[in-house]
Structure formats: structure tokens, C-alpha cells
Design a protein around this ligand. Sequence first.
Ligand code: NAD
Length: 502
Amino acid sequence: MLGLIMTDTHYIGGSAVAGTSGRQQDVYNPATGAVIGSVPLASIDEVNQAVASAKAALAGWAATPPAKRAQVMFNFRDLLKSHHTEIATAISLQHGKTLDDAKGEVARGMEVVEFACGIPHLLKGDYSAQVAGNVDSYSQRQPVGVVAGITPFNFPAMVPMWMFPMALACGNTFILKPSERDPAAPLLLARLLTEAGLPDGCLNVVNGDKEAVDTLLDHPDVGAISFVGSTAIGKYIYGRGCNNGKRVQALCGAKNHMVIMPDADMDQAVDAAMGAAYGSAGERCMAISAVLAVGDDTADRFVAQLAPKVRALKIGQYDEPGVEMGPVITRESQKRVEDYISQGEADGAEVVVDGRGLSLQGYEDGYFVGGTLIDRVTPDMSVYRDEIFGPVLSVLRPKTYEDARQLVIDHEYGNGTAIFTRDGDAARDFAANVNIGMVGVNVPIPVPVAYHSFGGWKASMFGDHAVHGMEGVRFYTKLKTVTARWPSGIKEGAVFNFHSGS
Ligand code: NAD
């Protein structure tokens, strides 16, 4: 055991470091509304210290053979396994998701660590002998340098692990600015990396808010920024980071559609929608928040089957037996989600299952919203247009497959989508033609495995490279191509023209 769950420090140069800015923020258990800790909000000076620590560690780590860097990842993976429940408990306590879901989150992060263990193979370059007489050419991928990650509250372990295992394995040093709402898990991960043998300074965690983020965005020694969070903040980070000449990948908000065709297996589709809409209280960037049931008959059957299941959702604190869904993250989120439901109702949609005003015995001050199902939603309504980030599922009733596909194409967001059908032709057309980054065929949450890459399109991502898989290697490395000539290939005298090919 690592001991008490700590949230009241930064982690710089291989040690927990107390905050000195004099600014801090409360951390809550969202199931009870109780303050369970506080997190320091870093000053510019503290962020500068973290960057200096990462810069000092860079030369040694970048020069460490990839196979040795991989050894640290193998050790880290073993430690993640032995501390799996502890990390998951830290997540659940501050985020509110069920313990099983938090364990799943850690497991998905671990898969990226496993992928990063293969870094010697992943960094192999291309080699071409004899590109001209006695001239050879080869490419290599070199680390960007000091890089930073800014992460959201909803996956406090998995999203940082989309980033730092890849960045470190590629030879970069890293500064993580996790969400200030649930900072315990990232601090645990940093301590485990030190135990795994990562040299001090290679991974630093600075807790903080806009001040810390802006300092990283403007710091001349930070070469790349990975961001995951809301679209408004992602756009800002992408703009400011790029303006400062940095590489930036910003993965942002979402509104994920599930198309249900008349021929779909309705039992499967209903089960899939339950987990995808209400798991983690809908606070997933890949949550399904809009179902497009093709034709009224399909929609009637779907709503009739889903509604009793939504009413029967077992809601509670993360550690209660059989609990399926926890609270949302803050009092403000609870109010925001309830306001969206009210707006949908005022706009003329039919609230079939209403999660507003839920009060759980023993948890009266928790931030719970009951599972909510809204039927007869139309594209102009805010419940459809906006990312609600709560346990609210909207049902729309397009008349044809083409109408459903067009709704997906026209929506501002493009993270994930799914189609449920037995018709291979429709599924193939859908996968080929929607402008969405991740597509599921009879799979409601098509999160790519670690050796593929995760990333959306449209307002769900700004930047060129998605995270993990080969895209992660490309983002965290710079390509260098060497052209080498040996004495027998050197001609007498200077050459002023490009090779003419003849
Ligand atoms: P958020 O945008 O509020 O915060 C994300 C990070 O940005 C945090 O570290 C926060 O401290 C920082 N931040 C917040 N305001 C800032 C400001 N004004 N200036 C600089 N930095 C600021 O997001 P959140 O509420 O923590 O997370 C939920 C959002 O994240 C949702 O929109 C969700 O869809 C998105 N998300 C996207 C993905 C994806 O892969 N596309 C994955 C997970 C979450």
C-alpha cells in the first residue's frame, strides 16, 4: 500500500512538494458533498520549477537506450497491477464513479503502458541503402523535449496514461497538470513511476488551474502540449499553444450518436444504450447521448424497453453493493444537467424518465442526478445540440437511414458514433461516410485499443495527431532524416544543380 491518499502536494523532482502559492481548492466526495481534502493551485514560480526539473532530467533520459526506458515501463505496469484497487479507490472517492468502473479505467490506462513497453520496436526508423551512388539514407525519431499534459476530471488515471507512458518511452520528460477536482490518482501514479525506476524529474505533477496552464502554454522550454477536456478550453489551448510555436493536440467535447436501424437486435441495442448512456453518470467523452431510432416503430420499441431499465438504475456511492451509477462531479454540474432537462421539456420534448430532484437516503447532499430519458427531441433543441455531460439520453426519430446519417454528419461534434443493425451494407456505408473519428458497428463505445489511436474529428479535436498507438509515437517525436555519403561516393568539385535524374 502507498498509504494515505494524498492530494495536497505537487510532485516535482521525484518527491511530493508542498504548495507555496497560498492558493488552494477543496476536493469533494461527490456522493456526500463532503470536503475530503484540498489541492494546492500552483503559482508561476512553482510551474517554472517543474519545467526546470524536467529540463534538467531531459538529456540523461533522452540518451537512455529505448530498451532501458522500456524496462521502467515494465516495472510500472507491474506496480499498477499490484496497486490496482488502491488507484481505483482514489478515483472513485473523488470522482464518484463505481469501483468496478474505476478499475476498468486503470486497466485501459495499463494497456497504453503495455504498448509503450514495445518502444524499441516502435522507434525503429526507415533505412534505404544506395539512394544514390554510395549514398545511404535513414530516418530516426527523436524526443520533442519537455512536454506537458493537461487533463480532465472524468478519467483522472486513464487520460494521463494516454499521454505520459508514450511521451516518456519516446525519451521526453513530462509535466502533468491534472484536473484539480480529483488529483489523488495522478499523484499516486507519479509515486509509482519513481518506484518503477524513473529518474527524478522525468515526470512532474503540478496541480493548479488557469495560472498553471497558461504558464505551461507560454513557457519557452515546453515543446508540446497534450490537452483533453472541454471544447471551449481546448480551442483556447490549441490557439495559444500553437501561437507560441508548440506542437498541440487537444481532444475535446462530444455528442455521440447511436443509430438504431429497424432490423437491429433490440435487446442488444437497449443493453448497449444503457451502459453507454448512463455508465459513469454519462460523464464520458464517448458516452452515447443521442439515439437516432430510424422510424417511429423502432423508436417506440426502443423507448418502451429502455424506460423501465432506466427507472431501475441502482444509483449510489461507488462502494455500495450492486451500484451501477454514481453522482456527477459537482453541485454546479448537477444544476447544469437539471437545467438542460428543464429546457428540453420547455422546448416540447417528452421527458419519459425524469432524473431531476433525486434525493438518496443517507446521501442527501450528494450531487446525484437520476437516469433521464427524453423522447421526441428535435435537432434545434439544446439537449441535442450541446454536450450535457450527465446521465441524459435524448431520442430522435429520423424517418430513414439517410436522415439519421445526415444528423450525425451535420452535428458540431465528431468524437464517436455507433450503428446497430444486421445490415452489412448500411453499416459499411455508415462507417465509410460519417465524419466522425471513432465508429462502432454494433459496439456502442468504440474506444480504440492502445495499439490503435484515439481521437475525434470536427469540434472534438484540434491538432493533427490522435493519442496512443503510432499516432502517440508521432506526436511525441520529431522526425530526422540523415543522408550519408562515404568517401568513394564523393565526386571532385562543387555541385550547383539538383540531381537531374538522367
Ligand atoms: P475542462 O475543459 O473544464 O478542464 C480540462 C483541463 O483544463 C483541467 O485540467 C482544467 O484545470 C483546465 N482548465 C479549465 N479551465 C481552464 C482555463 N480557463 N484555462 C486553462 N485551463 C483550464 O474539462 P473537464 O470538465 O475537466 O472535463 C470534461 C470535458 O472533457 C468534457 O467536455 C469531455 O467531453 C472532455 N473529454 C474529452 C475527451 C476526449 O478524448 N475527447 C476525453 C475525456 C474528456
